[in-house]
Design a protein around this ligand. Structure first.
Ligand code: G4P
Length: 526
């Protein structure tokens, strides 16, 4: 058996951040191809090939037309074991995405090189910055006419406030895309079209001054030499510490569709990205090498298998070793549970691994007892921090079409809110159900899922709510007084926490002034 440190050192856990259509799905497919988890690319999306997708979750995403899942894929590459966490891909910005980013140690930013930096990438980068997550960058779609590479890097630096260091540099673009020059290896890697579905044999010429380049690249050879000279004078130098602090990003150019350059990025992850990092709890910092098991739940996913009413809690292992059949403590409930059937996520058809280490994600079967943010340990009482629940910005009242199904509706909504898809508020003074979301698309997802998974038909009505705040007070008596006075504006959320539902921002402000002893929170840490 390999030692725990070796296992941890080999792990790289990351997510892809990008704007829709930049190529996240395509690059995921090529990453799996390089991890030998797919025999032939084209099986993830399956849209054109008609082949079955490798993962049921992606199948579901296809059926729903939007991505509501966060999937996890584990595959080996070189001496590393990669855990790739997929973030929901729809245009709406959801809390799931935030939380997924709390479970990774680094990120791959994919940019459509014809478009440059787009909205969602900006938002996602804001989230990664909260934890100073190291970022690698892939400039995609070089087989198309793209924008000037220098201009692209300038845009990343200006808008995303992160220094760019080119590791590879493109030669030509669109139909004239010839390949890239690897600045650190001093070699040109040639691109061939029509080989996107396989791992290509490397066609490499060593040395920028090599006359073979003039033969093969013609006028592009001298142009490349000029550009590299310019870069060595002007571009930043790669600095591992700055990268690890999230201040600098190594930049790679290529085409995901042509499966070109993706392996350079993977090399970057193996060589530079951090191994699983330490994590904070309310008691102390947990190091990944500690022998005792610990981890936190960042995502709950319903009905992964449409035939079973199954819900899976995704747990990021933070320390120790998970072994099949082991007993762990569900800290919030103070209860020991035996985990005999956790899921691991090795992509492809290889044998299921029955152990997991820091950086890995395991899926726990959930029968309604596990909530997002829950900590599991070998016995120690502590709670991982920093897995937030955000105050929703949009609110609707939800109404049943068939009033007899009120129970199912409430159950469905509470389960969906445990997953973090939306938040549900139950006013203390009425039987209404208020749904709150961070993005508008989540409302549609909820109605759709209520119908397909809970057999409840529901519709929305507008409601006069501007914002919600979670409220607490150290003084139980004061809290009770506040509850009595403001009963009409108070609700319980899906986890039974008390929230103040404000019709206007002015109302919220006045209430805060009137009750200074009450604390109002924009996020509820689970
Ligand atoms: P996403 O998950 O980030 O939303 O992007 P996705 O991979 O689905 O890619 C969006 C579109 O961009 C797809 O085309 C995909 O084939 C294309 N694409 C991805 N990488 C490259 C690339 O390197 N070069 C070129 N030329 N295109 C690329 P589509 O027509 O929208 O979808 P499909 O019908 O091909 O599946």
């Amino acid at each position: 058996m390999t030692g725990i440190s070796e296992e941890i050192n080999s792990r790289r856990t990351f997510a892809i951040i990008s704007h829709p259509d930049a190529g996240k799905t395509t690059i995921t497919e090529k990453l799996l191809l390089h991890g030998k988890a797919l025999q032939k690319a084209g099986t993830v999306k399956g849209k054109k090939s008609g082949q079955h997708a490798k993962s049921d979750w992606m199948e579901m995403e296809k059926e729903r037309g939007i991505s509501v899942t966060t999937s996890v894929m584990q595959f080996p590459f070189r001496e590393s074991l990669i855990n790739l966490l997929d973030t929901p891909g729809h245009e709406d910005f959801s809390e799931d995405t935030y939380r997924t980013l709390t479970a990774v140690d680094s990120c791959l930013m994919v940019i459509d090189s014809a478009k440059g930096v787009e909205d969602r990438t900006i938002k996602l980068m804001d989230v990664t910055r909260l934890r100073e997550t190291p970022i690698l960058t892939f400039m995609n779609k070089l087989d198309r006419d793209i924008r000037d590479p220098i201009e692209l890097m300038d845009e990343v630096e200006d808008i995303l406030k992160i220094a760019c260091v080119p590791i590879t540099w493109p030669i030509g673009m669109g139909k004239q895309f010839k390949g890239v020059y690897h600045l650190l290896r001093d070699e040109v890697i040639f691109y061939k079209t029509g080989q996107g579905d396989i791992i290509q044999e490397k066609d490499v010429v060593k040395g920028l001054d090599n006359p073979e380049l003039d033969e093969r690249l013609g006028e592009y050879a001298d142009q490349l030499r000029d550009e590299i000279e310019l870069l060595s004078a002007a571009a930043n130098e790669f600095d591992l510490e700055e990268f690890l602090a999230g201040q600098l990003t190594p930049v790679f150019f290529g085409t995901a569709l042509g499966n070109f350059g993706v392996d350079h990025v993977l090399d970057g992850f193996v060589d530079w990205a951090p191994k699983p990092l330490s994590r904070e709890t309310d008691r102390r910092t947990v190091e990944p090498e500690e022998p005792d098991f610990s981890g936190f739940v960042f995502k709950i996913q319903a009905n992964m298998d449409p035939l079973h009413r199954d819900r899976i809690a995704f747990l990021r292992v933070c320390s120790g070793r998970y072994e099949q059949g082991m007993k762990i403590k569900h800290v919030r409930l103070g209860k020991d549970v035996r985990i005999s059937d956790a899921l691991t996520f090795m992509a492809g058809d290889r044998a299921r691994v029955e152990e997991a280490f820091a950086g890995d994600i395991i899926g726990l079967h959930n029968h309604g007892t596990i909530k997002i943010g829950d900590t599991f340990t070998s016995g120690e009482d502590m709670k991982f921090t920093g897995i937030p629940n955000f105050a929703p910005e949009l609110f609707r009242r939800i109404r049943l079409k068939d009033p007899l199904k009120a129970k199912q509706l409430q159950k469905g909504l509470i389960q969906l809110s445990e997953e973090g898809a939306v938040q549900v508020f139950r006013p203390l003074s009425s039987n209404d159900l208020i749904v709150g979301a961070v993005g508008v698309l989540q409302f549609d997802v909820v109605v759709h899922r209520l119908k397909t998974e809970y057999k409840v038909e529901a519709a929305y009505e507008p409601i006069n709510v501007a914002t919600a705040r979670w409220v607490t007070c150290d003084d139980a008596k004061k809290l009770e007084q506040f509850q009595n006075k403001c009963r009409d504006n108070l609700s319980l959320d899906g986890g039974d926490s008390l929230a103040y539902i404000a019709p206007t921002m002015v109302n919220l402000q006045l209430t805060q002034e009137r009750y200074p002893e009450i604390q109002f929170f924009k996020t509820r840490e689970h």
